[in-house]
Design a protein around this ligand. Structure first.
Ligand SMILES: NC(=O)c1ccc[n+]([C@@H]2O[C@H](COP(=O)([O-])OP(=O)(O)OC[C@H]3O[C@@H](n4cnc5c(N)ncnc54)[C@H](OP(=O)(O)O)[C@@H]3O)[C@@H](O)[C@H]2O)c1
Length: 358
């Protein structure tokens, strides 16, 4: 029987042979077309559509046996993920720094799971090495290993960088000699950048170094889900520090996925999500955008899409998916995308899309 690769090779061969008498421009078009069709045929989504592959991970780890650690589950997307995983019977470990909220989420998950001994809660900071080693010891002792690591924790930063440095009024097209950043202002920008780096880059790094060896050694199909952000690939004004620190973590995990091919990495890029994320801003100040609870994605929808992506081993997921096209366009027509980001046009687009979907 022919393998899929052999079928594709024959198909590509036949197309290039039959195109040998054609005009070179047409031949090139044929080659490009062949490449695109081959890519489409090889894509896991297409094979799944044809019923040739299933979500393989679920056959190794049925939902009721999955051991899931969620860093940053005391509120927001992480909390919603804990609830959804509990509902389908998984073992769930809830992590956050606010002990009261961690306890509340644990109680809720126990109610949803309906099975004894499935939920753990640990008050811990994912940027602290001792805390993460403590969490790893508890998981080893209680579950004997780990299948899914979710890195949902993160901090926001909301101001234009020059505003953080106290050099207000020099953004835009009105440069003024009279406005200069002071030593204190530059120091302040550095301190805020340190806090953003700690919450958005150092935490994911400590988590990866602590848990990757455990995942590799104890899971038949290890997975890592990083909740990144659309801002990490299409930066927006007032998101200078947030976008750059989230981008650093994204590239860290992309590089780790090359170093650890046995682990399935999912990088999830939502646009604005409902909730209280902006309260965690490391540069507290006025918020530019409208209330995310009115126009943001619903946390439950985000959690469901995340779980599907992990089950199916998807690598990069944009939500809404149309933002993936905007990312592609950023390479082709960067000026247009930057213009749209500067004028908050994406948010307008998302608002319209959410209203249409409601
Ligand atoms: N909300 C949005 O619009 C949006 C859009 C795109 C991407 N995202 C990303 O989605 C992720 C979750 O955001 P969210 O909207 O769910 O925000 P959230 O409600 O503020 O949740 C953040 C969670 O992370 C935890 N956390 C923060 N720092 C931590 C630390 N050092 N150690 C342990 N836990 C920590 C918080 O708990 P404690 O405070 O109790 O520690 C909380 O449970 C973030 O990574 C964010 O960048 C959010």
């Amino acid at each position: 029987m022919l393998t899929l690769h052999q079928v594709l090779a024959r198909f590509a061969n036949s197309v290039s042979l039959s195109s040998s008498h054609l005009h070179p421009l047409f031949t090139n078009k044929r080659t490009i077309l062949t490449g695109l069709i081959s890519l489409l045929l090889l894509s896991p989504k297409f094979l799944r559509l044809l019923g040739l592959t299933g979500p393989r991970r679920l056959s190794y780890i049925p939902p009721g046996r999955e051991r899931v650690l969620i860093l940053g589950a005391s509120s927001g997307i992480g909390k919603s993920l804990a609830e959804h995983y509990s509902k389908r019977g998984a073992y769930v470990c809830v992590i956050g720094r606010r002990a009261v909220l961690v306890d509340e989420v644990v109680q809720e998950c126990r109610g949803l799971s309906g099975k004894e001994g499935r939920t753990l809660g640990v008050t811990a900071d994912f940027t602290q090495v001792d805390d993460m080693v403590r969490v790893r010891n508890i998981i080893r002792e209680e579950w004997g290993g780990l299948d899914t690591l979710v890195v949902a924790a993160g901090v926001s930063a909301l101001q234009p960088l020059m505003d953080v440095a106290g050099a207000h009024g020099i953004t835009g097209r009105n440069p003024s000699e009279s406005v200069q950043s002071t030593t204190e202002g530059i120091q302040c920008a550095k301190d805020v950048a340190d806090a953003a780096t700690k919450g958005n880059y150092v935490g994911p790094l400590v988590a990866a170094v602590t848990f990757i060896p455990l995942l590799q050694a104890t899971s038949p199909s290890p997975s890592v889900l990083l909740i990144s952000s659309l801002a990490s690939v299409i930066p927006a004004p007032t998101r200078t520090l947030y976008a750059s620190t989230k981008a650093a973590a994204l590239v860290l995990y992309q590089a780790l996925s090359i170093e650890h091919p046995r682990i399935r990495f999912t990088h999830f890029m939502p646009s604005t999500v409902e909730g209280d994320f902006r309260a965690s801003a490391v540069d507290a100040g006025p918020v530019r955008e409208q209330d995310p609870n009115r126009h943001g994605l619903k946390r439950a929808d985000v959690a469901r899409r995340c779980i599907r992506a992990v089950d199916e081993g998807e690598r990069t997921v944009f939500m809404p998916w149309t933002m993936g096209l905007a990312h592609l366009a950023y390479w082709i027509i960067p000026g247009v995308i930057e213009w749209a980001a500067r004028r908050n046009i994406f948010r307008l687009f998302l608002l319209t899309q959410n209203v249409l979907e409601d």
